[in-house]
Design a protein around this ligand. Structure first.
Ligand SMILES: [Zn+2]
Length: 447
């Protein structure tokens, strides 16, 4: 009897699985296995947390779960279209909740039903004569926030040194903060984009404020204690967080920034961007020569580059949210499109700014933390925003602020600590380079 039961069980399970094999299962599994190897699993070290086969993709919380064949998330090839619709239509949090609840089983009937009737969200982008970006929703995220020396020290994003300029007897004091450059760039770019018909949102409401709508100092006064406590509830034994509970570190702003504020604020940036449901997201940063740390003198080096998501390594799949994004980036075309969009922008970085694009050998982090993509100067890197922001994005890192020529050019834009609009400030040229890439991308979308 037992034997008959197990034969029946075996036949039923074969039948159930056979039903799941779709016509193009071979090409689908090959396609996603290749994408996983080249763009997602950077060092081929995550093999015990996923499987890709003729039935679909499974993600496991641990190696032990994989041995037990207990996936946390599972998408069969026949479920792939519905998975993509859920990701496109639901918020990131809701999509994750639905998929966690689904687990290895099918999508619940109410989800299947809801999506038969639902018209999927679509872009309002309809180019018109003279308005090539008409209706395109574009989110701009100017990196960092400091607009004064003290705050720039807290987030450690400033240039402060003297250079000897040709033909001048005295040395010039070079002093600016990365947030001033990114804010000026985003402001110029927003104007350009609106002129071409785009709908634009910016994560930083005004210069000097953070994405939380207040200064770092106001946040510390009103929200810090609560933020630290809620982080401790999730990670009660985190040594860095526990250290901040010690009164000795009550006013250690660099630690508070590093272990609490940064994460809170980056999450807020991502939430603002995702709520806007952009067609494109432009994350704006300026780079420095890593080998020139602590940036006391200028460097001769100068490169541009851009990051997109992917490039996970061991230790970066520690919770179900991260594993959700791992699955999302694998199975949607968000990453593929970001690579192609970013490549269009970086080609304008090179031409318009006359700065070369970085090769992998040009910076150590490109070799240790990044994957090469098919677009020149575009690298996969598992940065928080590259992972948390949904849709097509570029995380641009234009030119080295500490470069001997760039630093003078950038410094000339300032007047009494503020970035003023000169005839052709460097940040405006950078904004134009982004604009040219966006226009190329838009033209291609409707071809
Ligand atoms: Zn930056």
């Amino acid at each position: 009897m037992k034997r008959i039961f197990s034969i029946v069980f075996f036949l039923v399970s074969i039948f159930a699985q056979a039903q799941l094999i779709v016509k193009d299962a071979d090409s689908l599994s090959l396609h996603y296995a290749t994408k996983m190897k080249t763009l997602i699993d950077r060092n081929q070290s995550l093999n015990n947390q996923y499987s890709i086969d003729l039935y679909g993709v499974s993600i496991y919380a641990s190696a032990a779960d994989k041995k037990l064949a207990k996936p946390e998330y599972k998408i069969t090839w026949s479920e792939l279209p519905l998975f993509k619709l859920v990701i496109k239509n639901e918020t990131r949090e809701e999509a994750q909740r639905i998929l966690l609840e689904k687990g290895a089983g099918p999508f619940p009937p109410e989800i299947q039903k809801a999506y038969i009737l639902r018209t999927p969200l679509s872009s309002e982008f309809v180019p018109m004569d003279g308005k090539p970006l008409n209706g395109m929703r574009i989110a701009l995220d100017p990196g960092h926030f400091a607009n004064d020396s003290l705050t720039s020290r807290v987030e450690d994003k400033y240039i402060d040194f003297y250079v000897k300029e040709q033909g001048k007897t005295d040395s010039t004091h070079i002093n600016f903060f990365e947030a001033q450059l990114t804010y000026a760039t985003a402001s110029s770019l927003a104007l350009f984009l609106r002129g071409y018909g785009a709908e634009v949102m910016t994560t930083i409401p005004e210069q000097g404020k953070t994405a939380l709508g207040k200064t770092y100092w106001d946040w510390k006064k009103t929200d810090y204690a609560h933020a630290l406590d809620s982080m401790l509830r999730v990670r009660p034994s985190d040594a860095n967080l526990l250290k901040l509970k010690n009164p000795k570190f009550k006013n250690d702003d660099r630690l508070i920034f590093r272990y609490v504020f940064r994460d809170v604020e980056l999450r807020k940036r991502a939430a603002l961007i995702n709520a806007f449901r952009p067609d494109l997201t432009v994350i704006i940063h300026y780079n420095v020569d890593e080998k020139n740390k602590d940036w006391k003198v200028p460097t001769k080096k100068n490169y541009c580059m851009a990051f997109v998501g992917g490039s996970f390594s061991a230790g970066e799949l520690g919770d179900s949210e991260k594993r959700f994004d791992f699955l999302r980036l694998l199975l949607t075309d968000e990453l593929d499109q970001s690579i192609s969009f970013s490549g269009q922008v970086t080609s304008h970085f090179k031409k318009h700014l006359n700065v070369p694009l970085a090769k992998k050998s040009d910076a150590e982090y490109l070799q240790t933390s990044c994957t090469k993509t098919e677009s020149e100067g575009v690298y996969g890197r598992n940065l928080s925003l590259c992972r948390l922001v949904q849709g097509v994005l570029i995380y641009g890192e234009t030119l080295y602020q500490d470069n001997e020529k760039e630093c003078i050019w950038l410094n000339d834009e300032k007047q009494e600590g503020e970035i003023k609009s000169l005839k052709m400030p460097r940040t405006q040229l950078v904004a134009e380079a982004y604009l040219l890439g966006i226009l190329d991308w838009a033209a291609q979308q409707k071809r």
